[in-house]
Design a binder for this molecule. Structure first.
Ligand code: NDP
Ligand code: 2IT
Length: 448
């Protein structure tokens, strides 16, 4: 066995021994380890410096109590997390997730993915992630505000524009970022715009940050298709989720002449063959904070399928945009049988490893999340630049910069897939290109 492969196997064993009971984190680590042996063959200095062993160990992990009082005057206690994974390329950067399923394994998997994603963007941002097991569903604005204030009352001491810069993720959107920023400002007596991204455009937020993850995923898909002489125009798409990423995937697909026909949430999915009506969806999800089933009730011709999943619906393109491990092997078999030609991960790690392999064997174009959904964090980095320079750029200029970054991410991943012997394997390409960027920085900065 080549030395590189023996080393990778040793690192996999160390990961398992050090992180028992963390299946999502181990899944994310193994997926990267599967790609990096050819990089170590080319760069034995990475192996000698034991960079992989350092990479899988977060620089710092913070866990804290978040006490708050609900509307019925009952005391509630949640757990808060921030995993500051790697700062070789820049301040820790990555979102906050508020969802009942959040635990250390999930925050670590997300933080680990973020290192490679952020490296791929070419922006000066390190990797981190955080969140809480707080469930915002059904909570009043006042409850969400009090929770955010309590969360920030502990987290603020670990943040800073040059230290760690959170943003949104599942359950954390513009409303939550507003409350978090307000509390940070009160505690520090500093209007430090660059400490959080995803802010409102009237108070330091950047144009296109809100749209960026979804738009970026479609730009990435369009670039993949262009390589094969095709495009999204005239195609149908199935999209899972109905939050930030899903809605802006749908919007950009429509602008480019494709039709998205599904959305979902944790209770089921909606099919609307005429194309999802975004105005109605936003009214229900963002204004009323309701469920996708209400969309089907109000939209003639649409139907709601309780508990099913969108992968049952035939289409040309698939964009999983809800959560991790939401597309299983049987779903991949079904999609392939239905003739899907491209799958792009808007969410982080939504497709299980066996299903990824099956898509690749079947010749389906497959875009891994750490490349396809990098537009969100890339636009966050643009927001940090604007905050530092006390500027704000126009929507058109910002969207053009986002498109250019997604082309760069695509081309870096594609070129790395060629270099390491599997042209068009974007998993190999994204992992290896992302790894080389951060590994070179770590090597240059010594054993720290
Ligand atoms: P939102 O909170 O805006 O939306 C999440 C959507 O996914 C909701 O429709 C939600 O339905 C559904 N969902 C969440 N968890 C589950 C679950 N366990 N089972 C079924 N459905 C679920 O989040 P985002 O759109 O921001 O994030 C979606 C994905 O994209 C996540 O994987 C996130 O990490 C990733 N991502 C987000 C970025 C961003 O900028 N926001 C950037 C890059 C990646 P319900 O309301 O029923 O829970
Ligand atoms: O998964 C992700 O890349 C995000 N949730 C966005 C992170 C960010 O800092 O904008």
């Amino acid at each position: 066995m080549p030395k590189s492969q023996t080393h990778v196997n040793e690192i996999a064993e160390i990961a398992l021994a050090r992180n028992p009971g963390e299946p999502e984190f181990l899944q994310a680590v193994y997926e990267v380890l599967e790609s990096v042996a050819p990089v170590l063959d080319e760069h034995p200095e990475f192996l000698d410096a034991r960079l992989l062993e350092r990479l899988i160990e977060p620089e710092r992990q913070i866990m804290f109590r978040v006490p708050w009082v609900d509307d019925a005057n009952t005391v509630r206690v949640n757990r808060g997390f921030r995993v500051q994974f790697n700062s070789a390329l820049g301040p820790y950067k990555g979102g906050l997730r508020f969802h009942s399923s959040v635990n250390l394994s999930i925050v670590k998997f997300l933080g680990f993915e973020q290192i490679f994603k952020n490296s791929l963007t070419g922006q000066a941002i390190g990797g981190g992630k955080g969140g809480s097991d707080f469930d915002p569903h059904g909570r009043s604005d006042g409850e969400v505000m009090r929770f955010c204030q309590s969360f920030m009352t502990e987290l603020f001491r670990h943040l800073g524009e040059h230290t760690d810069v959170p943003a949104g993720d599942i359950g954390v959107g513009g409303r939550e970022i507003g409350y978090l920023f307000g509390q940070y400002r009160r505690l520090t007596n500093r209007h430090e715009s660059g400490v959080l991204t995803g802010k409102g455009t009237g108070w330091g937020g950047a144009e296109v940050r809100n749209e960026a993850t979804g738009y970026g995923a479609v730009f990435f898909a369009e670039r993949m298709l262009a390589r094969t002489g095709s495009s999204v125009a005239g195609r149908t798409a199935i999209v899972s989720g109905s939050g930030n990423v899903a809605t802006f995937v749908i919007e950009k697909l429509r602008q480019l002449g494709a039709t998205a026909i599904t959305v979902s949430d944790s209770s089921g999915y909606v099919v609307d063959e005429a194309g999802i009506d975004l105005e109605l969806l936003r009214q229900i999800k963002e204004v009323e904070r309701g469920r996708v089933s209400e969309y089907a009730e109000r939209r003639p011709g649409a139907r709601f399928v309780a508990k099913g999943n969108v992968w049952e619906v035939p289409a040309d393109l698939a964009f999983p945009c809800a959560t991790q491990n939401e597309l299983l092997l049987a779903d991949a078999q079904r999609l392939i049988a239905n003739g899907v030609s491209l799958v792009a991960e808007g969410a982080n790690m939504p497709v299980v490893p066996d299903a990824v392999h099956l898509f690749q064997e079947a010749g389906v174009l497959f875009a891994p999340g750490k490349a396809a959904n990098a537009g969100g964090v890339a636009a966050s980095s643009l927001e940090m630049s604007q905050n530092a320079a006390r500027q704000s750029w126009t929507f058109g200029d910002s969207e053009e910069r986002l498109r250019a970054i997604m082309c760069h991410v695509h081309d870096s991943a594609y070129e790395a897939s060629e270099r390491y012997g599997k042209p068009g394997d974007y998993v190999l390409g994204a992992n290896s290109a992302g790894f080389v960027g951060v590994a070179e920085a770590m090597l240059a900065q010594g054993v720290v």
